[in-house]
Design a protein around this ligand. Structure first.
Ligand code: IVH
Length: 674
């Protein structure tokens, strides 16, 4: 029926709107909750359009429970907090028959009887919500949160088509909180992921994440576009009606218009339950959504009350978790990825298989030892599963099925990203790339270099480092010292004040202590404490660079792995290049001597001619130890020239520049403080 809206009066509209809403809700229920549509989509859409047109003409007739309100609303700034008067509890877990039997025994003991019923139902893998109705109208939807406080996702839940905005039936409680799981069907999850990938977005890991990510949107218009569903399994607060059993509650929820836990069946005795768990374990894939177990609940409400709850879970219910699903596949290749911290991770690439609702085709092999443990080769047949239902892992290699064409895998000794040394240090399971300018790790290295305990370049945040590397302005930490104002001003959200602060911070960092610098270099095994020991012992980067493994090992508290790591670090050509760049930029590479109170701290002393009582080197060392500098050539900044016998051209130059010239005797007096 197409209505001629222009001819409808206010009174007629009131009546029409009421009828349309009722009919739309009814067909909504048949379509989304019962899966038994009675009309064509086209007819449904027409009714929906009529309703929207009428409400547009008479906006005062819009009510929050109108199906037109399912399209979402403008974005919120944040979710408000909702306190659950009756906490939303979690469930204890049973992983095998023994756990189930123990649970049953405990309950029997507590209730001092064997004659009670359980209800078993499927456990849906999604996100728990509580939907509050007052006088039959949906007034609030909240996530579980920490069980006591959740997020107010009312606008979002209103967009979910199988959640009634207004309850059905003749018995409507004054207040009812309906609790259940928000899920996404596997087919809708796959469609959503395809679309996201097509638009350059990242796919959700599994239907649960997709459901949670879709519900917890500040812009409920996005939720409205995602195909979510609710399956209810219980109630929270209720007023105006009471129940004797859990099964009655489920039947009542159905009457109100909800989809309820599939396979809910009362049953007697733990043996029947074990049989059921066994059956559903093998039929978990028969459902259009992810099911991760079976929940068993004591049926009688009075007994539930008697058993009570801990702060986290009821004593009258438990979740039997299905064991992780496994699949057989073939290894196509083993590749090596380099992480942000330089660790090389081997990854098995295998023929895609479906596991717990998603398609997987790769699994981390962690490290060399794991490869050895599994004995995995390219072309091997393997069993894979999802650890913790999320991360795919290789369970075992089917060696009995091994064919002729398998190839062993060897961990590379070169980093696949930069080609520098990849080293497995003694006692370590990881293999690492030690090149500080390796592109795979460069951001992490720079973040560490600039951190507080290292060079403390405070204004240089992670986001700025990200941009500098992404825009190829810098490719290792030494490049920081060659940054120019123009480089920084190319970055997003960069003003002059910040730019000046960054450059100032970078300048200031040049004088950080040697210990800070050693730590900042990011040498494997060299933390703040070890860096300090090295600075105290070797007093300069150059000395540390040439120190032998024995010299390093002689330091108390330093072990062979650290000594080896230092030697390897300085054996990398790339690392030596970076150190040169740091030195050229003027970074202090020597231990600070306490020059403040030394007598020659303001002097730059140049020697010329032969001294009678000292070698040139001895004289220079004495000056250095007294805080002075000993440049080789005379410049305007030279403060004293010591002239020995047969002085050279420096003598003349000193005269021309009118620099103070002293004899060897005067030099002696100077150094003994005369
Ligand atoms: S009953 C007080 N029944 O599983 C009892 N929970 O691991 C509360 N879940 O937080 C839960 N299907 O989100 C119950 N049929 C079912 C369920 C179910 C899925 C979720 C629920 C709960 C979690 C505990």
């Amino acid at each position: 029926m197409k209505i001629d809206i222009s001819a409808v009066s206010y009174e007629e509209a009131k009546d029409l709107i009421k009828k349309l809403r009722y009919t739309i809700q009814h067909h909504n229920y048949l379509y989304y909750t019962r899966n038994e549509p009675e009309i064509l989509d086209r007819e449904y859409d027409q009714m929906f359009q009529d309703l929207i047109a009428l409400e547009k003409k008479f906006p005062s007739l819009i009510t929050p429970d109108s199906p037109s309100q399912r399209v979402g609303a403008p974005p919120l700034k944040e979710f408000k907090t909702v306190q659950h008067k009756i906490p939303m509890l979690s469930l204890g877990n049973a992983f095998n028959n023994e756990d189930l039997i123990n649970f049953d025994k405990r309950i029997q003991k507590e209730l001092k009887t064997e004659t009670f019923q359980y209800v078993t139902e499927l456990k849906m893998d999604g996100l728990a919500v509580s939907i509050r109705y007052e006088n039959g109208v949906l007034i609030q939807g909240a996530t579980r949160g920490n069980g006591v406080n959740g997020e107010d996702v009312s606008l979002n839940v209103k967009t979910i088509k199988n959640i009634p905005l207004k309850l059905f039936g003749n018995t409507i409680p004054l207040v009812i909180e309906v609790r259940g799981e928000i899920i996404m069907y596997k087919k809708d999850f796959e469609e959503l992921n395809k679309e996201r990938e097509k638009n350059g977005g990242s796919p959700f890991a599994n239907p649960r994440n997709a459901a949670a990510g879709s519900l917890r949107q500040l812009d409920s218009r996005i939720t409205a576009q995602r195909k979510l569903q609710m399956i209810s399994y219980g109630i929270g607060e209720i007023e105006g009606i009471s129940f004797e059993t859990h099964f009655e509650i489920l039947k009542f929820l159905k009457k109100l218009g909800f989809k309820t836990s599939p396979e809910a069946t009362p049953c007697n005795g733990i043996n029947e339950i074990i049989e059921r768990c066994d059956y559903y374990k093998n039929h978990r894939n028969d459902y259009p959504f992810e099911a991760d177990g079976i929940v068993l609940k004591v049926n009688e409400i009075a007994l539930q009350k008697k058993l009570g709850a801990t702060s986290h879970e009821p004593r009258w219910a438990i979740a039997y978790k299905f064991p992780p699903e496994e699949a057989e596949t073939t290894v196509k290749n083993i590749i090596v990825q380099v992480g942000r911290t330089g660790i090389l991770t081997p990854v098995a690439i295998f023929d895609s298989v479906g596991l717990e609702g998603s398609i997987v085709s790769r699994a981390t092999l962690h490290n060399e030892d794991q490869i050895k443990r599994l004995g995995i080769r390219i072309n091997d047949k393997i069993i894979v599963r999802k650890a913790g239902s999320v991360i795919p892992e290789v369970v075992k290699v089917l060696k009995e099925k091994r064919s002729q064409n398998t190839q062993p895998f060897k961990m590379p000794d070169k980093c696949p990203v930069c080609g520098d040394l990849a080293i497995r240090f003694e006692g370590e399971s990881a293999t690492r790339c030690i090149n500080v300018s390796c592109p795979a790790q460069v951001k992490e290295r720079i973040i560490h270099f600039a951190s507080r305990n290292a060079m403390d370049i405070d204004a240089l945040g992670d986001k700025i480092i990200d941009q500098l590397v992404d825009k190829k302005i810098i490719s290792d930490y030494s490049d920081l010292y060659y940054l120019k104002k123009e480089d920084l001003l190319k970055l997003e959200r960069m003003g002059e004040t910040l730019e000046e602060k960054i450059l100032r911070n970078i300048q200031q960092s040049k004088n950080k202590s040697l210990s800070n610098l050693i730590y900042a270099l990011g040498i494997f095994q060299v933390g703040k404490y070890t860096a300090n020991l090295f600075a105290k012992t070797f007093k300069s980067i150059d000395a540390l660079k040439v120190a032998t493994e024995d010299e390093i090992l002689a330091i108390e508290g330093i072990g062979p792995i650290t000594a080896q790591s230092i030697k390897k670090f300085f054996s990398s050509k790339q690392n030596i290049e970076i150190l040169k760049k740091l030195k050229t930029a003027g970074i202090k590479m020597e231990e600070e001597t306490k020059t403040q109170n030394l007598p020659l701290r303001r002097e730059k002393i140049v020697f010329t001619g032969t001294l009678k009582n000292f070698s040139r080197g001895e004289a220079q060392n004495i000056v250095k130890n007294l805080g002075g500098e000993v440049p080789d050539t005379i410049t305007k900044t030279t403060t004293i020239v010591v002239a020995g016998e047969k002085p050279g051209s420096k003598y003349k130059k000193a005269k021309t520049l009118e620099i103070k010239i002293i004899s060897e005797d005067e030099f002696k007096k100077l150094i003994i403080g005369g």
